[in-house]
Design a protein around this ligand. Sequence first.
Ligand SMILES: [Zn+2]
Length: 501
Amino acid sequence: MPLQEVINLAQRRGLFFPSAEIYSDNLAGFYEYGPEGTRIKHRVVQLWRRLLVEREGALEIDGSIVLPESVFRASGHLENFNDPLVYCSTCKTPYRVDKLIEEKVGHEIPEGASLEYFDQKVVELNLVCPKDKKPFERTTKFNMMMRVDVGASKGNPGYLKPESCQNIFLDFIRIWKQGRVKLPLPLAQVGKTFRNEIAPRQGLLRKREFEQMDVEIFFNPQKINEVENWDDVKDYAINVYLLSDKQVHAITCQEAVDQNIVSGKIVAYYLARTQQFGETLGIPLNTMRFRELEKEARAFYAAETWDFEVQIDDAWVELAACNYRTDHDAKTHAQQSKADLQVREEGQAERFYPHIFEISMGVDRTLLATLNAGFVKDTNDKEERIFLDIPARIAPYKVGIYPLMKKDGMSEAAYKLFQELQRMSVNAFYDESGSIGKRYARADEVGVPFGITVDYDTLKDNTVTLRERNTMEQKRVPVEALDEIFWKFSTGRKTFNDLAD
Ligand SMILES: [Zn+2]
């Protein structure tokens, strides 16, 4: 389904929209989530937390957004986190020169390309400013970190973190020393991150402020094949796009390990869990893949990188970077900080820097991919109907409560039912404005799976109409049964079709 239609729906219903939109100097690349968008986003993060954090025994931290310069000197961001930039010689508009070249030649430019390479390509391809056709100045490096002044004294810069994981690398040793933990130890964090993109575009796909959910698995490299719950995934097939033949293969985790497609079981295990998370969000299996990255495209320290990608329209969009970071982080932070970041496992003599495998996932992109997967435009009927077929567990509300009409006590009865459901912790909302058809349509558009209508019969026999979003089927059920019905829906023990007519 074209992404643009999803974005139109999101804007129309206020799921997300540009920040400071009432001002003409609003900044590109910053977005707000509206009330229902915020609910969906929280539920996506909560599902991730359940599946990839709590179920895996990972420990979650909540670190600061601003970190000192030393952190990014050690991580290499100060030196290397750059985009190649050119300015128009006349109108001074900045452009990412690699993107201009990519558009012209139709393929990706390797990340490590030199400034001379870009200057040469600009001449070779006759690239000029798209606005006024004037030539460019020479290529320069533009550091994408956002610097902030901390306190009143000069020379003490902080940076808004460009990736969420650095706090985890810094905090690991404290958590380790506090004890009662052993390797492999997954540490997790959800956090805001900032990248000063030269030209943000495509809405939620390339923002300047965004959110990441990270799991960093610390392990002993000698024990990369020791995974407690291996049997849970060994026969589960992951879609891997291999460099060797540029094809997607569905191979089991066991095969991935046996054929040395991955470095070890820890890698295969977490790739499987990531793809399963995608499935739980309702993203079709055949639109997900792990793309193996060439050596040149990987971070220099990464022994292995898989980009977890989802197909949106005709493009593959990266939702998560899955990096085998080796002992790079512990080592470089130890060198920079002079802290001792080596560990010794219980009963072992050897001390070592722990290795890290990470799954670093974009929250906003994951949300967008989920909405895109759920977007349905039904044109079979006389009237076109749009609804979001997203799983009930991530829907903004479970059920809307509607009086058929605002008279004869129906509003009061419906509102009372709404309050009762709220007390039972069923996520409900109340809506009495507009025709019943319009109210159903509004709820369908933001993915609310059920609707309850209170009508004249309700006042007589205490039954209501329960309506399902996708099929628009309706069933008559007694009010007393709603508690149990929603409990069974929420635990997956019952579906709408199980209900008697
Ligand atoms: Zn220009």
